[in-house]
Design a protein. Structure first.
Length: 192
């Protein structure tokens, strides 16, 4: 995959609501960040399965999907849906959710140095519009120009190679629940 793929109406409104309700529960931890340095903005996260710090951890990539099924069954169902078509033959490396309160965004970063490692971001909000912000911005290799902006529409999925620089932009007042919640699935490439 060398492009950014957008899939609208990925789960349908009923399942989207189930995922939102599942994610919008207590249990968020604070301290996630997507840019380096001591001043990087921190936000809330929930880790469901897979690598937590880096890809050098001693993990069995084949067991990460099983871990997800045990820790977060509704999220594992979304992973199974991803395997049916858009991420067919991919191995799950990590699954987590981010919750960025109003005014907090992420820094420009890569998810991987390898184009075979894909990232899928799911947006479970019920309502959204461009005035709320919260876009995922994609940049050229030098991170000097925006090449695509994806508005977090309800039930939208975006899939992209992990070596594309990207950043989450903050949301602004008026957005539902004043938080940008996203669900991430990162893969290690194709399985045999």
């Amino acid at each position: 995959m060398s492009t950014i793929v957008i899939v609208d109406r990925f789960l349908g409104d009923s399942r989207r609501q189930q995922i939102w309700d599942y994610l919008d529960q207590p249990g968020w931890k604070h301290g996630a960040y997507s840019a380096s340095g001591p001043d990087a903005p921190r936000y809330f996260y929930k880790h469901f399965a897979g690598y937590q710090q880096h890809g050098l951890e001693d993990r069995d990539a084949n067991a990460i999907a099983d871990e997800l099924a045990m820790t977060a069954p509704p999220i594992a169902e979304v992973w199974q849906e991803l395997l049916r078509k858009p991420l067919r033959h991919q191995l799950l490396s990590r699954c987590y959710a981010n919750r960025m309160p109003s005014g907090v965004g992420g820094g420009v970063h890569l998810d991987s140095n390898l184009k075979e490692h894909l990232t899928a971001i799911y947006y479970p909000q019920a309502k959204w519009n461009a005035d709320h912000g919260g876009e995922t911005l994609f940049f050229n290799r030098a991170a000097t120009e925006v090449i695509k902006a994806v508005v977090p529409r309800p039930d939208r999925l975006v899939i992209f190679p992990g070596n594309i620089p990207h950043a989450a932009r903050p949301i602004y007042g008026g957005a539902e629940n004043a938080a940008r919640i996203t669900l991430m699935f990162k893969t290690l490439g194709r399985r045999a």
